[in-house]
Structure formats: C-alpha cells, structure tokens
Design a protein. Structure first.
Length: 657
C-alpha cells in the first residue's frame, strides 16, 4: 500500500478520497488554488501545496504543477477524482513518466473511450449492444442529414468529445436538423475544442442505467447498476441503486455487457459503463444500448457503496498499489436500496441559474451520508462547480430509502445563498418518482410544479418574528429580562422576497410567546432546543445572521430585517423615503414640506396591530414632501414622507461610482 498520495482535485471528491486514505493509514497531500487556500479539503489533508490562481486552467488543470507538488512532498501516487484531469491521457502519461502511479486506468484505456464514436465502434466489435446511429468520419452537413434520415427521426446529435450533457441536440423533424447541427457543433467547439458529432437514434421514454465496473487491468467485475434517469438538461439530479423494475436476468445481461466493455480495453480501477434503455416497453434483456464509458470514479458512486458495502476508493487504492481485486463477482453483495441527491447553489425559479455566496449557516440531519467539500462560513465561488453536498440515504426497500431522503432534505439547513433544496424535496415527494416511473423527461414535464417557490406559512412567519426581535434563543437576561419584556408588546418587522410582514409579540413566560400576525395567531414555546407551536412539537429551527433571519421549517425561508427607518437604509429612494413598515392607520403627521428636522424628531404616527408606531427622522435633514395625511389607511411599504437627499451620502455615492 502507498504511504502517501496526492489528490489532484478539490471540493467534496477531494475530501471523500482523503477520508478513506486516512482510514487506511495513507498520508494525504492536497493541492489548492488561491481561491481554495482556506478550503475544507486543504484543512483535511496532512500536507497542502498551492498550485496557482483560481482559474482551473491555471491550477487544477496544470498537470506539471501537480506532478511537481507530488514529487516535492514525496507522494507516490495521484488520485484524480472526477472532472479536471481525471480523463486526460496525456496527464496519465506524464504522471507515469515522473515515476508516480496514476490511481485509475491506463492512458490507452482512457483514449479508447475518450471519443464517443470510436468507443461505440470498439464496443460493437466486442459484442456490446450500441445505440443504432451514424459514427462515421464524413462530417459534411448534407451527408449527416442523409444519415439522420437513414437512422430515422427523432435523432440525437452528440459531440463525439462530449461530456456533462454538452454539445447535444434532439431533432424531431428533418426541417430542424441543420439548425440543431450548427448549435451542437458551436457548443462542442467551445467546450471541447472538437466539433465532430455522431448521430444516434433518440430512444423514446429514455432511462439512463449505468453499470459500475472495476478492473485489475485484465479481469473485471461489476457492482450492479445505478439508475440516473432523473435529469435536467442531460445532467443527473437524483440517482439510485438498484434500478426500479430491474430483474436478475436483465441485471446479469447488463452486468456482463459492462464487464465485457471493461475487459475489451484492459481496464484498471473504477469505471462506469452507461447504457440508454427504452423505458416505453419496460426493461428487457435486449432493450439496453451502450452510450459511453466514464473512465473514473463517478459523482454518484456512493449509492453503489451503500447497497454493496464496498468502499470504492479503498478498492481504487488497493488495485493501484498492486493488490488483486478484493472480491470475486459472486462475493459482491447487493443489499437494500439507496438514493443520492445533489445539493447545488442554484436559483431554481430563475431557470436553475448557478449561484454564489457565503454559506452563513450549514447543517445536515443525522440519518443520511453527507459528502461535502464545504463548511459553514465557506464560499461558493464562481470559479468551480456550485455543488454544496451530496446526500445519500439507504433503506431495506426503495420506499424506506426514499422516505429517509425526503426527511434528510427537509432537515437540511442552508443559509446565505439560494439552493435547489426545495426543488429536490418536491422531486423526492413526486408521485411518479415514488412509484418508480422514471425516465429522463420526468423533471421537464413537471418542472413548473417542481420549481415553484414554497411560500412561508403563518407559523414560519411567527418564528421569523421571534428571530427579528432576537427572541429565538430565549429572552435575553432571563430574570430581569423577563420583567423588562413581559409587560410590553413588541412589533417585529421583516420581509420575504420584498413582501413586508409585521407581527405583535407578547412574552408570556421565559420561553413562551404569543405572536399575532395580520393573518394568524400562534402560541410558541421553546423547550430544550425544540419548538412547540400551538402545543405541538415541531422540528423548526431559527437562525439569525446579521439582518437575515432564516427559519427552517420543512423548507428554508429567509427574511430580511432591513428597517426602512434605519440610517442609510436601502429604501427605494436611497433612504430618502419613509415608508409604512406595516399596514395601518396614519394617526398623526407632524412633518411639513420644507421643514428642517433633526435626527430623532417625530415625523408621523402610524397605528398598526393595535399599537402606535412612531416614525422618526434617522438624520438631520429637510422634509421634501409629505405624501399622506392623518386618517389615511395605508398598505405596508406605502410612501409616507420624502426627505431631501443627504448631500454627504450623494457625494459618497459619486465617489464610489
Ligand atoms: P457524472 O455521470 O459522474 O455525473 P458528469 O458527466 O456529470 O458525470 O461529470 C462529472 C464531473 O466531471 C462534473 O464535475 C463535471 O463538471 C466534470 N466533467 C464532465 N465532463 C467534463 C469534461 N469534458 N471536462 C471537464 N470536466 C468534465
Ligand atoms: P455525456 O457525455 O454528456 O454524459 P451521454 O452520451 O452520456 O453524454 O448522454 C447524456 C444523457 O443524454 C443521457 O443520460 C440521456 O439522458 C441522454 N441521452 C443520450 N443518448 C440518448 C439517446 N440515444 N436517446 C435518448 N436520450 C439519450
Ligand atoms: Mg454520460
């Protein structure tokens, strides 16, 4: 076994590899870019070497710098993780030329599978069923269109160098072919520097089922299948093992096809053979076709680990260091069912836009395996994949594993940036998915329902009110505090997505509150870290970070506390507009247009929630305009009084610009 290895990657996969290496007593070396100097994978490693600036081309893709780091630290082998240099045959050759071991397949095996067209020809020759289509050299558009007609519409145009769902276009009718070809080529050229394409029959109701294989360079075994049919734009979202509807007969046929593929190229290490399956007729022993082989550890490998009990990284290290395959085919168990969900920083209602930001709060529930490369306080930067974590659950049955996943998602808490958590939760609860009716079109068909943003209920807003007043951790300074707080009613103001809310909070005991909202009333009590709501125990949790209150109650809801009366408050008129913080009745107006006021002067009184609320000047200034008069009923956010702009603030803004 190696004494020390270098992990040429970042994020969750670097952490995942180090965890197993550490358990095996193998020393670990991390590499990092300037953006990752304080990252979790650096903290976890025994040693860490800086390799360059944030851009991947100047850091994680710099094979020379990585090999130098391995030499300098005395690492004997390099684990590439996935992505980056993991499927780069020149890197494998450079690693070997430096006298180091590449933990993965040979350069030759990677090359054989590197281009989809060559791989398909090779697989067909090895007796592996491949998707019917055109894989020829002639790339002349007119010729490709003739071939597409011969294959029969609908067809899929695919970049031969493709990966990650890029450079792919479905074409339903001949009239759309030329435009789709142009688009696929442009995307392929940009992403892979190679615009060659192949044409495949588009399989109807497609299911993506892949086989995990493991080779020693001569012989291979398989560790059963994974179903990755829940996809968005050809990218996996939730994966599972085994595949719904799988039978022993089809499993044996697919497993053998995977093993044949691996042995045909003398495969060493962990790999995945991906098949497309016609889901319209149910699974059949002759209804699956080879799509491609991924010559690396796959993102979704944990579901296989969950159902087999095998640590695939441990196998990788053993086989790369010269040990035989740890198990024979017959010895590999298959127990229960597992799911993996990919948690990303992305804005789902805005079309799954990748998001960045700082994770001000991050907590996971027990009961799920969590593979993550970030901690609370870490940043999701624009330089890399915005993955936050993978959640993996296992159960004796599919239903059990799925219930655990739903629960794990509901109990995951993320604040500071937007995530796809609510989307994953809806997907996990999707009826068709629960029934095992999966195909790659499932998400798109129901995308509207799945991406709808959950709206906070009155109980959630009642908790937000406590957070806004700083009462979510109990009444400050219990004994005297209780006396201070008890007789008074407090008004909390907060907004959700720009929608203003207000609540009246009475402290009725050291940990007991009554919260009155415009549209509801709740008794809340916090007992030993658990919230009782109207007498019932709930698993809600409230966190406050600066001017943001996050309430985790099934989903995560984030409320802004920005007070329109705050100095320099971000009102729509740059803090010059005084708005009604809640709906109410204007009781009195003291301000007059043109009047000079000093900070703290009373400008108006608003009666709301049966309380008087005094609006005061936040700075010395001149009243520009009075927009309401006493007796007016106003909505939350209504403009009441406009102030002359602050000349100093205006200068500061100009300076900044
Ligand atoms: P999986 O089947 O494991 O989900 P993907 O194709 O989605 O595989 O890619 C897994 C990882 O590899 C992702 O982080 C993705 O960004 C990266 N990746 C995939 N293809 C490429 C490529 N051609 N070049 C660089 N990175 C890639
Ligand atoms: P990548 O290298 O980008 O992962 P793949 O060839 O593995 O490309 O295909 C990615 C996804 O595209 C598959 O998981 C599947 O959803 C869809 N797909 C690929 N080939 C076909 C096909 N012939 N018919 C229908 N869908 C397909
Ligand atoms: Mg693929």
């Amino acid at each position: 076994m190696f004494k020390k290895i270098l992990i040429a990657n970042r994020g969750e996969i670097a952490c995942r590899v180090m965890q197993t290496a550490r358990a095996m007593g193998v020393g670990t070396v991390a590499v990092y870019s300037d953006a990752d100097a304080g990252a979790k994978h650096v903290a976890m490693a025994d040693e860490a070497v800086r390799i360059g600036p944030p851009a991947p081309a100047q850091s994680y893709l710099r094979g020379d710098a990585i090999i130098d780091a391995a030499r300098a630290t005395g690492a004997q082998a390099i684990h590439p993780g996935y992505g980056f240099l993991s499927e780069n045959p020149e890197f494998v050759e450079a690693v070997e030329a430096a006298g180091l071991v590449f933990i993965g397949p040979s350069a030759g095996a990677i090359r054989a599978m590197g281009l989809k067209d060559a791989a398909k020809k090779l697989m067909a020759a090895a007796g592996v069923p491949v998707v019917p289509g055109y894989h020829g050299e002639d790339q002349e558009p007119g010729h490709l269109k003739v071939e597409a007609a011969a294959v029969g519409y609908p067809v899929l145009i695919k970049a031969v160098a493709g990966g990650g769902g890029k450079g792919m276009r479905r074409v339903d009718v001949p009239g759309e072919f030329m435009n789709a070809l142009e688009a696929a080529r442009a995307e392929a050229l940009g992403a892979f520097g190679n615009d060659a394409v192949l044409i495949e029959k588009y399989v109807e109701e497609p299911r993506h089922i892949e086989v995990q294989v493991f080779g020693d360079g001569t012989h291979a075994v398989h560790l059963y299948e994974r179903d990755c049919s829940l996809q968005r734009r050809h990218q996996k979202v939730i994966e599972e093992a085994p595949a719904p509807g799988m039978t022993a007969e089809i499993r044996a046929a697919m497993g053998q096809a995977g093993v044949r593929a691996a042995e045909a190229i003398g495969y060493e290490g962990a790999g995945t053979v991906e098949f497309i399956v016609d889901g319209s007729t149910g699974l059949r022993p002759d209804g699956f076709w080879f799509m491609e082989m991924n010559t690396r550890l796959q993102v979704e490998h944990p579901v296989t680990e969950a159902v087999t009990g095998v640590d695939l990284v441990e196998w990788q290290l053993r086989v790369a260091s010269g040990e035989p395959l740890p198990m024979t085919q017959a010895e590999i168990p298959l127990k229960g069912h597992a799911f993996e969900a990919r948690l990303y920083a992305e804005d789902v209602p805005k079309g799954f836009l990748p998001a960045t930001g700082t994770l001000t709060h991050l907590a996971f529930a027990p009961g799920a395996r969590v593979d993550s490369g970030v901690r609370a306080g870490d940043t999701i930067s624009p330089h890399y994949d915005p993955m936050i974590a993978k959640l993996i659950t296992h159960g004796a049955t599919r239903a059990e594993a799925l219930v655990r996943m739903e629960r794990a998602l509901a109990e995951t808490q993320v604040a500071g940036l937007v995530t796809n958590l609510a989307f994953l939760r809806k997907l996990a609860a999707h009826r068709g998915f629960a029934a095992g009716d999966v195909d790659t079109g499932l998400i798109d068909r129901d995308v509207e329902m799945l991406s709808a943003e959950p709206v906070p209920c009155t109980r959630t807003r009642a908790l937000a009110a406590l957070g806004a007043l700083g009462l979510h951790q109990g009444v400050p300074g219990i004994a005297p505090g209780f006396a201070l707080w008890a007789p008074v009613e407090h008004v909390a103001q907060f907004s959700w997505k720009g929608e203003q809310s207000a609540a009246r909070v009475s402290v009725t005991g050291p940990h007991d509150y009554e919260v009155v909202l415009e549209d509801g009333r709740h008794q809340l009590a916090s007992k030993g870290g658990t919230w009782l709501m109207d007498g019932a125990k709930t698993s809600a949790h409230v966190v406050r970070n600066g001017a943001v209150v996050s309430v985790f109650f099934g989903n995560g809801y984030h409320f802004d506390l920005a007070d329109p009366l705050d100095e320099g408050g971000e009102g729509s008129a740059g803090g010059n507009l005084i708005e009604a913080p809640m709906p109410g009745l204007v009781k009195a107006v003291f301000a007059r247009a043109g009047q000079a006021v000093v900070k703290g002067d009373r400008l108006a009184v608003l009666e709301a929630m049966k309380m008087e609320h005094v609006l005061v000047a936040a700075r010395d200034c001149t009243v520009a305009e009075v927009l309401v008069s006493a007796g007016a009923q106003v909505e939350a956010g209504a403009a009441l009084i406009r102030l002359e702009p602050d000349p100093e603030a205006a200068e500061a803004t100009e300076d900044a610009a």
